[in-house]
Design a protein around this ligand. Sequence first.
Ligand code: NAD
Length: 489
Amino acid sequence: IAGGIGAFVYVTQKERHPGSQLPYDTSKKTIVILGSGWGATSLLKTIDTEEYNVVVISPKNYFLFTPLLPSVAVGTLSPKAILQPTRYIARHKARAVTVIEAEAKEVDPFNKTVTFEDETEIKGKVSHTTIPYDYLVYAVGAEVQTFGIPGVQEKACFMKELNDAEVMQRRFKDCIESAAFPGQDDAEIDRLLHIVVVGGGPTGIEVSGEIHDFLEDDLKAWYPELAGRIRISLVEALPSVLPMFSKQLIEYTESTFKESKIDIWTKTMVKEVKDKSVILQMPDKSIKEVPCGMVVWAGGNKGRKITQDLMGKFPTLQTNKRGLTVDDHLRLAGADSIFAIGDCTSTSYAPTAQVASQQGAYLARVFAQMAKKEGLEAKLSELQKTETVAVDTTEKTGVQSEIENTKKMIANVKIRPFHYSHQGSLAYVGSDKAIADLPFANGNIATAGVATFLFWRSAYLSTLFSLRNRTLVANDWLITKIFGRDLSR
Ligand code: NAD
């Protein structure tokens, strides 16, 4: 047993650190990766740094496993369980990766530079730096789309970053404690306990399901006088929720929500978010003010300002408002040496984590192929030099045959276009139930229920990038099952 534990500790602790890795090498090309989300992290995880210097620039020095963010928002999981430091991801690389915690502000595709800034501890003091790149991987993701609807930015909670989940959790618990305040007015209790979730995409559905679980599993026991009064309403502008899922799964979600007493208001549009209410445009176009304690905004995403600025540099080629246009090798249209992946691009695929991570892994293969080709080209030019100075005929013939071989090897290095392989769509709908649209040879299979929930859990566990995260997440699930969620704010 001691040997087994020793081997386990050795395997999990055996890791390189920058000190024992190859250093930055000025003779190698430098790849600058902007971002630390799905696309960037998948690339970083797979790329061989032997032939390149790699620099990662991101405002967060960690990767966030976004599919489990709604679970953090209600305390099922702790934040640390779904975070992985970017340096930790790069620890096994042959060459040390430079990780810079800063926000990229400008890309100059003509001079091949990136400018980034970091706000230091001393408030307001910002340091700017510009660095050159040989290749840029643009993977900055997207930001929350508020459509300029009044009050959304200032008054709603979001579900995009870790901080959003923490803010939502605090605000939700605050609503409950205020409702529990002795002598609280009846109408005010109902207002505080009404949670409005905006957006019937997967984010809005999962957040609603998680809030419902918190209510059922924990709040009913701890706040018996209030629990029955908590209401969750999901508002969606389109005629149905989850348009990307098959019809039967949409119906399953709707019926699960009905059982869970989560109201779904379709064809209803949020027009304004106020301090204590939301203004809705109802299906008949009438306007209604609905009191609520909290609004969670899951209304979709849009491109970041830096992306719009980059598009502006190619006014004739970058005209798609949904995001950056790339070719089938993920090269940015109009720019030399820039690749763009993930939610900042506009492709024929939905902007999902699955697409971004496949694109990141694809680029790692592209860079490996490019390094191989460049290595062979360097070898060829050396051979050609040797050929010109060779006097001995046998030596000359030998070099010529090697030249021919190398030329053939160069011709064989083929960089194939990116191909997306859809592994299916999954979403958690609450009450230990999930839905899944899975592609099979004979067509899609739609499944739902408790078994799908177990599949959802195991699929997410295996998708987590490290053993450490898997252990933390599995442990939190167990702790929540045994002891319930934490009620403290
Ligand atoms: P989304 O774009 O899929 O959905 C946003 C919804 O909000 C839309 O249906 C839109 O009609 C609605 N909306 C916007 N403004 C509104 C308003 N004023 N009033 C009422 N409704 C309004 O956004 P998302 O759910 O954050 O997903 C973003 C992307 O991430 C999608 O591609 C999605 O597939 C992916 N994603 C997938 C999963 C999963 O597979 N489990 C989970 C989360 C996100």
